[in-house]
Write a protein that binds this ligand. Structure first.
Ligand SMILES: Nc1ncnc2c1ncn2[C@@H]1O[C@H](COP(=O)(O)OP(=O)(O)OP(=O)(O)O)[C@@H](O)[C@H]1O
Ligand SMILES: [Mg+2]
Length: 267
């Protein structure tokens, strides 16, 4: 792999400011540097309001930084999105209410006439297969309004995989799920990630989830939103449920909790 393609996401000195009433301003992100290796799984964790979703929106090209630069697969986020290299699962999934689950999931591929050019020839699972893996086999022909919140979230995740993007951005995709469904979906996500060899940038509030899924965990703090610590998770894969009970796993959970304590107390 060449140096140019070895880094999937490169954020350099990014700053994002929002107006905050009465002429004031809120620094949602300040001087953020982030480098995500192609094919790796990176989680972002931090207190509410520290800029996690803002960071994802910058990488997705939905917003631009006031200062600094964002590159995705060596091009701008807008170009990466146009080339269908980017998939996004937003914090609140929006499914089209008049289409069945299967219709929603197949829509991106239909609208965009196929997967990312780079991956068009790469064989992958069918949408029906992905829905089955996500436990939605019985929901395929139902409308979103007939599903629970967690099922809608799962459908949105499968839809993001539909284009087989090179880079998948996920904003707290499992937050509406009970613990057991969440664990099973984490396993399915890791399987899919392995199969599709995508780069994943994943926002979560769960320390256990971050440690289980990630190669690297980025810890953020608010006011101004910034990265305070980066923790490499050197645990073997596949990471089955037995690993969660090992001292090595607890060691990483402790590291992340300590870093988060600092982030909450403004260090
Ligand atoms: N469009 C906007 N206009 C004004 N302020 C905004 C806007 N979007 C975000 N903010 C502010 O920027 C800061 C960062 O918001 P962001 O949504 O990125 O936080 P977050 O880390 O994702 O939080 P959470 O964990 O609650 O989802 C917050 O203080 C938020 O109020
Ligand atoms: Mg958020």
């Amino acid at each position: 792999m060449s140096v140019a393609t070895a880094t999937s996401i490169q954020v350099t000195g990014a700053r994002r400011v929002y107006p905050s009433g009465a002429g004031g301003e809120l620094v949602a992100l300040n001087d953020v540097d982030l480098s995500v290796r192609a094919g790796s799984f990176v989680s972002v964790i931090g207190p509410s309001g520290c800029g996690k979703s803002t960071l994802l929106r910058l990488v997705a090209g939905l917003e631009d930084p006031e200062r600094g630069e964002v590159r995705v697969c060596g091009v701008s986020p807008h170009e990466a999105a146009a080339a269908k290299m980017l998939g996004l699962v937003p914090q609140t999934p929006a499914l089209l209410p008049w289409l069945s689950v299967l219709g929603n999931v197949k829509l991106p591929a239909k609208v965009n006439r196929g997967a990312s050019r780079k991956r068009a020839g790469v064989p992958g699972p069918s949408m029906e297969e992905l829905l089955r893996k996500a436990g939605l086999q019985d929901a395929m022909h139902k409308l979103p309004s007939q599903l629970s919140g967690g099922m809608q979230q799962r459908a949105a995740i499968v839809r993001a995989f539909a284009l087989r993007p090179d880079v998948l951005l996920m904003d707290e995709p499992f937050s509406a799920l009970d613990e057991f469904t969440r664990e099973s979906l984490q396993e399915q996500l890791l399987d899919l990630w392995d199969e599709l060899q995508a780069t994943v940038l994943f926002v979560t509030h769960s320390v256990t989830e971050a440690v289980r899924l990630s190669d690297r965990i980025v810890v953020m703090a608010p006011r101004p939103g910034r990265i305070t610590e980066v923790i490499d998770v050197d645990l073997p894969r596949p990471r089955g449920s037995a690993l969660l009970k090992t001292p090595e796993f607890h060691h990483y959970e402790d590291l992340v909790r300590d870093a988060l304590r600092g982030a909450f107390h403004g260090s």
